[in-house]
Design a protein around this ligand. Sequence first.
Ligand code: HEC
Length: 286
Amino acid sequence: MRILPGFITAITLASSAVLWAADVAADVAAETVNPEADRQAFVSFYKNRFPDIDIQAHKDGAYALDPAKRAQWQAMEDFPPYEIAVDEGRELFSVAFTNGKTYADCFARQGIGIKQEFPHFDMDQNTVVTLELAINQCRVANNEAELDYDSDEMGVITAYMAFTSRGNHFDIKVPAAGLAAYESGKQFYYERRGKLDFSCSGCHMQATGNMLRAEILSASVGHATHWPTYRFKWEKVGGLHKRFIECNEQVGAVALPQQSEAYRNLEYFLTYMSNGMELNGPASRK
Ligand code: HEC
């Protein structure tokens, strides 16, 4: 991928400043990890950066930042490309496993309208559980094979579950036992990586609102709200970790497998930063 050289310089400088800030933050955090203070600072950053944009609007990503692109996208949403996925997901969700049970038996409220509770820190497993992981754990508990995280089946089931959760708001909790996972996700977000030596924050905080080739860099405060997402580039719905892989690869960093511990921790941090934001998945993006 080619990025304008001037842009790289600007971002590299900006992300050094962020790295420094992150170092300071990490020192402070070593003594007191305070997710809620982090979230308030995170939200304030974007409010200051985009004083005319309501914070909730960032659930639409880059389309919150550019009226022309938003208009194009809204026209596209008149015939939502994820609609078939939601319908297929609704059907698959109710198909019984060979033991007669269904997905509904594994989840609170029969799995309807629960996405805002994911990811959460599971005390028994001592790890972050995302919706995708919980779906596979449900399958294994019912003697079914796990789904590939990139499969159409995983895509459509999560699309349906997200659809039933639309309009709910994230309320992610970080219990004392989950602080280390939260911290590791936070570190991943602020750490620079890859040949281009960029952090997530370098692009999505310092350079947010700027163009990168033909794309406007979105704000991370809305990054968790709308998954899975139908991307025209993918020609199907895919999860948040599929997007992490792409963002890692475009800076020349080694991407991790979907649902690896590091990505689940990153999702935990990023979703906590979206607490109070409205869920609007599935969505469509270019
Ligand atoms: C070199 C710049 C760059 C870096 C570094 C980068 N991204 Fe991105 N990211 C992009 C671009 C470009 C897009 C597509 C435009 C947009 O939506 O921001 C994007 C899109 C996204 C999206 C989808 C937004 C949406 O509305 O659907 C998420 C989520 C995301 N990035 C998360 C991350 C995370 C987490 C990291 C760190 C692991 C990261 N990005 C690092 C450039 C970057």
